[in-house]
Ligand binder design. Structure first.
Ligand SMILES: NC(=O)c1ccc[n+]([C@@H]2O[C@H](COP(=O)([O-])OP(=O)(O)OC[C@H]3O[C@@H](n4cnc5c(N)ncnc54)[C@H](O)[C@@H]3O)[C@@H](O)[C@H]2O)c1
Ligand SMILES: [Zn+2]
Length: 364
């Protein structure tokens, strides 16, 4: 058989460096990645969810078994509710009962929920075992599988309990996207458009093509991995501020997501609205050229991402959510803006009033 088409991007983090392989029909490469871990025993776990496991757990366990590994499949219910401390605890206990120990490893097969939960389990199980990510959504392939942020949600807020734990390899198989529901496919492009807006405006034509033709997905996803990888390399633990640029569209977006009630709007749909608001603020504060706004908005429209805020979500509710997770210091907040397409900055010139106005504009 010919070698499946794939591209590899290195995430250079010293001893914690790893390769991200993006390709078509590459799930079987999990066996090579597992071999390269050179772990002490052959026991491993494949953590997946009830949707993804049904389609792909068989392929992954077969490849691992053929390479001499003894995988145990652990399946959690699909959905954000599985990103929970008690679920992480239960998964750990299942691994113990299946005979895994500090010489074992974990494979996270699924979207961002499984990547975040699986990475967290790998970070705490026996004080840390290696893990491999097999991301199966656009969001997880272009964003969450790279960077080592793992964790679970608390009732008090999302992602509040977690650890930095880098994967030892990431294998993003675009063929798995064929079973991803259309709405989840489209929402993932909010993050792709975000990457293009903050770092690589030359990506817009390829994004436009992906709206109607999935032929170029391997290259497009690899370009996004490269953007995320370069930012993570510069600021692995989110201390220098560069990684904060990835929050473009997320200050208002998260507030909308949370004001709407989690589950109402998908993350990417809320972020699309947040990006639209951030563009308006960029025009106001950084004199962003309106043609740049038009380019980004057109891309969001091509993936049918929301243009307007539903009337039942009040601006006051959104502002209240925003104030609970972001601090205004003397009326100002750290806000990611664009100077130009591909050129983002963290600004402290955005006021409470101008954010309110930008949210109001989403209703027009
Ligand atoms: N760690 C990070 O840096 C980071 C970055 C961004 C997002 N996240 C997290 O990622 C999560 C969201 O990830 P997501 O959007 O991938 O959601 P998800 O993992 O919930 O997947 C979305 C839905 O699609 C299903 N699915 C996934 N892949 C499929 C496939 N190939 N075929 C059929 N169905 C499939 C899932 O079962 C689920 O129902 C959030 O919890 C978010 O906090 C983390
Ligand atoms: Zn996001």
């Amino acid at each position: 058989m010919p070698e499946p088409k794939h591209l590899t991007e290195r995430v250079a983090l010293g001893e914690q460096s790893y390769d991200v392989t993006v390709g078509e029909d590459v799930l079987g490469k999990v066996a090579e990645a597992a071999d390269a871990l050179a772990v002490a025993n052959k026991r491993c776990a494949v953590l997946t969810d009830s949707n993804v496991g049904r389609w792909y757990a068989g392929q992954v366990t077969e490849a691992l078994e053929a390479a001499g590994f003894a995988p145990t499949v652990v399946t959690v219910p699909a959905g954000e509710a599985s990103k929970e401390l008690s679920v992480a605890g239960e998964v750990c206990r299942k691994l113990i009962r299946a005979g895994l120990d500090r010489g074992s490893f974990l494979v996270a097969l699924g979207g961002g929920v499984i990547g975040d939960l699986g990475g967290f389990v790998a970070a705490i199980f026996y004080r840390g075992i290696p893990f491999v990510q097999l991301p199966t959504t656009i969001v997880s392939q272009v964003d969450s599988s790279v960077g080592g942020k793992t964790g679970v949600n608390a009732p008090e807020g999302k992602n509040l309990i977690g650890a930095f734990h880098q994967p030892r390899a990431v294998i993003a198989d675009v063929a798995t996207l064929s079973t991803l529901p259309e709405r989840e496919y489209r929402e993932g492009f909010a993050e792709v458009i975000k990457h293009a807006a903050i770092r690589d405006s030359s990506m817009f034509p390829a994004i436009t093509r992906a709206a109607s033709d999935r032929g170029g997905l391997v290259e497009l996803i690899e370009r996004n991995v490269a953007i995320k990888a370069r930012i993570v390399e510069e600021d692995a633990h989110e201390t220098s501020g560069v990684r904060a640029l990835l929050n473009f569209g997320h200050t208002v977006g998260h507030a909308i997501e949370s004001a709407a009630g989690y589950g109402e709007l998908l993350h990417g749909e809320a972020i699309a609205l947040g990006i639209r608001a951030a563009l308006q603020l960029s025009e106001e504060v950084e004199a962003l050229d309106p043609s740049a706004t038009a380019t980004v908005c057109k891309a969001l429209d091509q993936f049918a991402l929301p243009r307007h805020l539903a009337s039942q979500i009040s601006t006051a509710q959104i502002m209240a959510k925003l104030m609970t997770d972001k601090k205004f210091v003397s009326g100002k907040i750290r806000f990611v803006l664009l100077r130009a397409l591909g050129d983002a900055l963290v600004s402290e010139q955005v006021t409470h009033d101008s954010i309110e106005k930008a949210i109001g504009a989403l209703r027009a």
